[in-house]
Design a protein around this ligand. Structure first.
Ligand code: M6R
Length: 605
């Protein structure tokens, strides 16, 4: 939810921290701050509400140099958006930044008699005082004791006043990566902050302490025994996390989808068939399960809804989709014959992680579809299918969704093959259709100007509705989420036939209805539903196969979709839905990449 960074080394830490925070800003942008260890070992705090740009402005006046410091960009949880609640927090000799939630902060306040000491409303400052109370001049020992008092999720970066030039860090659940480079030592919430300096990094293992000096990064377990980190290499370069001439990350990421799909699909195709040998996913888990349960949040859950509509009729086994935050508190009907598929771009969404852990406790096989290597969900799943979208920076997910779909379509095809629902030829045809969806997406990206022109019908309206049947309904869910999260237009997705059971009361003159009619089996029914809303004055934008028979006057705007097999229509359709949301946000002059109240990865409940 928040982005944290620590640096110590020969370079100007203020510059490095501010640049790193700009890269991490997508994780939260309510306020930002840095703590700089100055040459006289004094620690200076600079904190500002609002975006990192405000902090940068506030740091301009600082002339002194510093070679060690911490930075934080906040998504507010405990306490409002105020300077006092902005990190870093200081407690006596301790300065720290925190990502996560300390659930027992209230009890800790009482146990450590902290009332009267606290300057902020945050759980993080409580944690800082707890650490200060336990500190006797030996940071490793104090941190080991400190974490034994904490309940919740956290990653902390800490400085101890009497250990200038050193940074300590620890994590439980919340992510943290670290690296030693020629430019110094780094620790951060994610790789985007490190990538300008190195390709070699390690994921800080849970409940391990990192100590950064300007010469080395050390890793210790909680008994203070030094251990060797497992080094990893980043597969993408700095460019991947830059806008590269696009006005927004979201537009860039929409354009990257065809390439991301190829990167996800092609390495896993052997003689025209999906093959997960290199991913070490055995056919047995696909062959022997008696049901599939898909669990995820937000856009990832919508990818699961599409997968369900595809898989169940083909595989003839029950496929259920659950919202992870609900699933984790249910008593799900799953067992060792269930394949639980967990979907997450970040691999760190807390509800999805908890759902994964619950599924494992029931003995289910777990397969995760994850974009971020080394993430907690990837590490804890029995099997992982990594998507190759590269870094997704815009808060609104676009390319992550389409590659999740590509991965799930391949799983579906492999399952059909190993379970006998498909012969080789049918499976090959399925994969061919999947690949054909890529140029169809490219064609839709080329239509961006016509989408841009049509959003004038949306941007002054308070509401919009997305309707469709079958797979088209599953696509609609994602269209509505995209529109509302970045344009703030209230949008709802409805199964087209369900509208008349209540919601049609909201359809009045010029209310925009985005109707999706790509599924031939139910096309005539969808058209009837469109007529129903048209008769009430709705403004209809219809997405339909370019060869589908559409009578005059049924829609106000028609967006023809290239003719692909119905099951693959999501790939071109979603591009249009993303572009509608994108241009609506641009048309309303909103912050496309960093919409209000949101953060990229939701690592708190
Ligand atoms: O990282 P995850 O895929 O687990 O994230 C799940 C959702 O938080 C995410 O898809 C969210 O709904 C997107 N911002 C929507 O665009």
């Amino acid at each position: 939810m928040c982005g944290i960074i620590g640096y110590t080394g020969p370079l100007d830490s203020k510059r490095i921290l501010l640049e790193g925070l700009s890269q991490l800003e997508y994780r939260g942008y309510d306020s930002a701050g840095v703590a700089l260890c100055m040459e006289n070992s004094r620690i200076r705090l600079i904190r500002h509400t609002g975006k990192v740009s405000n902090l940068k402005e506030g740091c301009r006046k600082i002339a002194e140099t510093s070679h060690c410091g911490l930075g934080h960009t906040r998504w507010a949880t405990h306490g409002g958006v105020t300077t006092e609640n902005t990190h870093p927090h200081q407690a006596g000799r301790i300065t720290l930044v925190h990502n996560g939630i300390i659930e027992n902060y209230h009890q800790l306040t009482l146990d450590f008699h902290l009332e009267g000491k606290l300057q902020s409303e945050t759980d993080s400052e409580v944690a800082a005082w707890v650490l200060e109370s336990l500190y006797e001049g030996r940071p490793l020992e104090a941190i080991s004791k400190f974490v034994s008092y904490l309940k919740g999720s956290y990653s902390f970066c800490m400085m101890f006043e009497d250990h200038p030039g050193e940074i300590y860090a620890i994590r439980s659940i919340s992510p943290l990566v670290a690296a030693y480079t020629r430019s110094g030592s780094f620790v951060a919430s994610d790789l985007t902050a490190l990538i300008p300096y190195t390709k070699q990094y390690f994921v800080v293992p849970e409940n391990h302490i990192v100590r950064l000096t300007s010469y080395k990064v050390h890793l210790y377990d909680l008994h203070q025994k030094e251990t060797i980190p497992e080094m990893m290499e980043v597969s993408w370069n700095t460019d991947a996390a830059m806008k590269n001439g696009f006005p927004h990350f979201m537009l860039k990421e929409i354009h990257e989808q065809p390439e991301a799909l190829k990167n996800t699909i092609l390495p896993r195709m052997v003689r025209g068939l999906p093959d997960f040998t290199d991913d070490q996913i055995p056919d047995s888990i696909l062959e022997q399960c008696s049901q599939i349960h898909i669990v995820a949040c937000g856009t990832a859950m919508h990818a699961g809804m599409v997968a369900r509509a595809l898989m169940e009729p083909l595989l003839r086994i029950p496929v259920t989709v659950s919202i992870a935050s609900e699933f984790r508190y249910e008593e799900p009907l799953i067992d060792s014959k269930t394949l639980v598929i967990v979907i997450s771009q970040s691999g760190e969404t807390i509800d999805t992680l908890a759902a994964l852990r619950l599924a494992k406790s029931y003995g289910a096989s777990t397969l995760s579809v994850v974009n971020v290597k080394g993430s907690t969900i990837a590490r804890e799943s029995d099997y992982v299918l990594f998507t190759h979208a590269g870094p997704e920076i815009a808060v609104a997910s676009t390319k992550a969704y389409s590659v999740q779909l590509a991965a799930l379509y391949m799983v579906c095809c492999r399952m059909a093959l190993v379970r006998g629902a498909y012969g080789h030829e049918e499976a090959e045809n399925f994969m061919k259709e999947l690949l054909d969806a890529i140029p169809a997406m490219e064609a839709m990206i080329e239509k961006r100007d016509s989408v841009k022109a049509l959003v004038t019908h949306l941007i002054n309206e308070p509401d919009a509705f997305f309707i469709g049947r079958g797979l088209d309904y599953a696509f609609s869910l994602e269209g509505a989420l995209k529109l509302k999260e970045i344009s703030y237009i209230h949008a709802e997705a409805y199964a087209a036939g369900e509208l008349k059971h209540g919601t049609i009361a909201l359809i009045t003159d010029q209310v925009p209805v985005i109707a999706i009619g790509t599924q031939k089996k139910v096309f005539a029914k969808t058209i009837s539903n469109i007529r129903e809303v048209k008769a009430r004055g709705a403004f209809i934008i219809l997405l339909v196969g370019e060869n589908s028979p559409v009578e005059d006057g049924i829609a106000d705007v028609i967006i023809p979709i290239p003719e692909v097999d119905d099951r693959f229509a999501v790939f071109p359709v979603v591009v249009i839905l993303q572009l509608i949301a994108y241009y609506a946000s641009v048309g309303k002059n909103l912050d496309v990449d960093q919409p209000r109240n949101l953060a990229k990865s939701v690592t708190v409940e």
